[in-house]
Design a protein around this ligand. Sequence first.
Ligand SMILES: Nc1ncnc2c1ncn2[C@@H]1O[C@H](COP(=O)(O)OP(=O)(O)OP(=O)(O)O)[C@@H](O)[C@H]1O
Length: 268
Amino acid sequence: MIEINNLAKAFALGKGSKLSESEKQDVRYSKTAFHSVRDVSFHCDQGEVLGLLGPNGAGKTTTLRMLSTALKPDGGTVLINGVDVLKQPLKARQQIGFLSADTGLYGKLTAFENIAYFGRLHGMKESALRQRIDELFTLLNMHDFANRRADNMSTGMKQKTAIARAVVHSPKVVILDEPTTGLDIMTVQTVLDFIQSLKALKTPVIFSTHHLDEVAALCDRVVVIDKGISTFSGSIEAFRQCTPSGDLREAFLSVINQPETATAQGVA
Ligand SMILES: Nc1ncnc2c1ncn2[C@@H]1O[C@H](COP(=O)(O)OP(=O)(O)OP(=O)(O)O)[C@@H](O)[C@H]1O
């Protein structure tokens, strides 16, 4: 189970900081800092898939980076299966599989080598590692390019390799930042099937997306972040009930651009 309460993160702005005009008009902007995430709370139970939605720049990536221990929050708490990410980052990290938006593969290494390298960093034994990689190659349909260098891979191949690498150690919690962005339809389906397979193993999955069809197909829970605040957190059914039509797009639009005083709504 993942429990996040009142998460906040501001980035200090130095002389060299380049913000866009729209960011300078944003309520999160001050002369000295940009408060990317102001107040985000949600939870995700065992075997649940949670879709993290929000407009560009809302604070999704910043939130996911804090959950994965890549970024230290200024405030708030993150508990992963009872482990406090801030107090015990190493212990928390062992339980998490994190796919960042930037795949960051080693270009000279093959798919197999990229994944094996991370498995060894997690202390996996060689025989278990080979078996796990073979299992992931099957689940993600990767056998064809197992020995291809990352430099020579397509976007889809790179993304599958990055996903396999993130979960090679069979983490208890999986966090994926826009796992389907830029992928063709078949590869998207493979990634969605893979998330479904994690759900079948009761592994909680949190993924950010701009695609509401993915949310409809996979998610038990929805969280919407707008200007650094979680303006909705609840079940997919509760999210649909935000509008009379039950349409996800309308529901999304109804929970963003709320007045500044709006607090998180929805059911727990
Ligand atoms: N290091 C930083 N310094 C200053 N501002 C930052 C920094 N990192 C992120 N931001 C700003 O914080 C805001 C939130 O960024 P974030 O990447 O979390 O948004 P997002 O919801 O993931 O957006 P997208 O859907 O476009 O990927 C953006 O305005 C971004 O420019």
